[in-house]
Design a protein around this ligand. Structure first.
Ligand code: ZN
Length: 193
């Protein structure tokens, strides 16, 4: 499973809710956790593996042994948010880029889990931050979109480097062109949303 990198267009896609939880989704979720652990991430959204669906996985310990910390959020909705806190963030789709982001300190989020059951969680601290970061992905929003001018300036070089890498890979045909990417997302949406 390949994690796509900025500025891949799927990272800007506003995802659609999934119609149902099925065995294909369960398999994808397992692979997402595995890829996430491989790169010591604490969260991974469907956009980041080039899928146009509203779900993400999280384990804030990034530890496969800490299974009780594995959470899957399918068709999540943030119901309430309160407070405000700044904290450093990074993203598996933006390697080497780290910057402080202001987020709500507490959120109430509801979603479906892999059993198809509705879950309601009140989150704070890193858990709340990571969930808001992943939730943003589903709307095509990246943490760099939430940076102030000086934080953004401090990661400018890393972003241009990622842009050049992406352009080069697309030119060499390692990544499909933007039109092909959009056509594939549209087809996947018809299938499952
Ligand atoms: Zn991310």
């Amino acid at each position: 499973m390949r994690i796509i990198k900025y500025p891949h267009p799927t990272l800007r896609h506003k995802s659609k809710p999934l119609r149902r939880v099925d065995s294909e989704l369960k398999k994808t979720v397992r692979e997402m956790f595995d890829s996430m652990y491989e790169q010591t991430g604490i969260g991974l959204a469907a956009n980041q593996i080039d899928l146009p669906y509203r779900f993400f996985v999280m384990n804030i310990e990034s530890n496969p042994e800490a299974e009780h910390q594995e959470f899957v959020f399918i068709n999540p909705v943030i119901q309430k948010q309160s407070g405000s806190e700044e904290g450093e963030e990074g993203c598996l789709s933006l390697p080497e880029v780290y910057a402080p982001v202001r987020r709500s300190a507490k959120i109430l989020i509801s979603a479906y889990d892999l059993a198809g059951e509705e879950i309601h969680l009140e989150l704070s601290g890193l858990f709340a931050r990571a969930a808001q970061h992943e939730y943003d992905h589903l709307d095509g929003v990246l943490f760099i979109d939430r940076l102030g001018p000086s934080a953004l300036a401090s990661v400018k070089d890393e972003l241009s480097e990622l842009q050049s890498q992406f352009a080069a890979e697309q030119q060499r045909g390692m990544i499909p062109d933007d039109q092909q990417i959009a056509a594939r997302l549209a087809e996947l949406e018809t299938l499952r949303t």
